[in-house]
Design a protein around this ligand. Structure first.
Ligand SMILES: CC(C)(COP(=O)(O)OP(=O)(O)OC[C@H]1O[C@@H](n2cnc3c(N)ncnc32)[C@H](O)[C@@H]1OP(=O)(O)O)[C@@H](O)C(=O)NCCC(=O)NCCS
Length: 175
């Protein structure tokens, strides 16, 4: 296995990026807020509008040109406070690449992009209660727990959504 790098994805990555996203939803139907059955129907143009745009950036964890992990940062449009912070979404690492601390540089790529491209005050990230791998990875990346919110998940069960944030304004002041 060569050393992996994290890089922003572009149109040439569309097919691989959509495939790894569908793999994540198919193999982990209980941890994401979206469903395989909904996203598998997307055509290339819809994938393009999901993955690329001025308010978002998706990154690939790359091993020798192959996408082995995915993460994205988007505007959080469902924010009830009206602040609309950035949100890290769609985090997934293929099983063979887990447990090597590779999630931290993936979160760092998102935070670095947010600092340089958007006026967001905060970036949030969430996981389903009980998703220990995600919880540890989020804390290792420097996010702080803020609160839980009850949520009906796509598998029909109710569980808390655990919400974390990182303060971009503080980070900008220290730059
Ligand atoms: C979440 C995910 C991206 C984290 O990737 P990862 O490679 O495990 O992350 P890291 O190597 O940085 O590990 C983070 C920590 O969690 C631990 N961990 C990973 N999976 C775990 C699990 N299932 N149970 C308990 N701890 C786990 C690791 O040992 C590590 O702990 P450490 O920092 O004490 O050594 C990956 O597990 C994944 O793709 N999971 C399936 C999809 C998913 O849940 N996505 C997130 C949706 S919110």
């Amino acid at each position: 296995m060569m050393a992996c790098i994290v890089r922003a994805l572009s149109d040439g990555d569309l097919v691989q990026a959509s495939q790894i996203r569908l793999e994540a939803l198919r193999d982990h139907p209980s941890v994401f807020l979206s469903k395989y059955e909904n996203e598998v129907k997307r055509g290339p143009d819809e994938w393009r509008s999901v993955l690329f745009g001025e308010d978002r950036c998706f990154f690939g964890l790359m091993d020798n040109g192959v996408i082995v992990g995915l993460i994205g940062i988007i505007t959080w449009k469902d924010d009830p406070s009206g602040e609309y912070p950035g949100a890290v979404v769609a985090h997934y690492i293929k099983p063979d690449y887990r447990g090597r601390g590779l999630s931290v540089p993936m979160y760092q790529a998102c935070i670095h992009w947010a600092l340089g491209h958007r006026a967001w005050k905060r970036v949030i990230v969430t996981h389903r209660a009980g998703n220990e791998g995600s919880r540890k990875a989020i804390l290792a990346a420097g996010f702080q727990f803020t609160h839980n919110e009850p949520m009906i998940w796509p598998d029909g069960n109710e569980d808390n959504e655990c919400i974390y944030a990182i303060n971009l304004e503080e980070m900008r002041q220290k730059q």
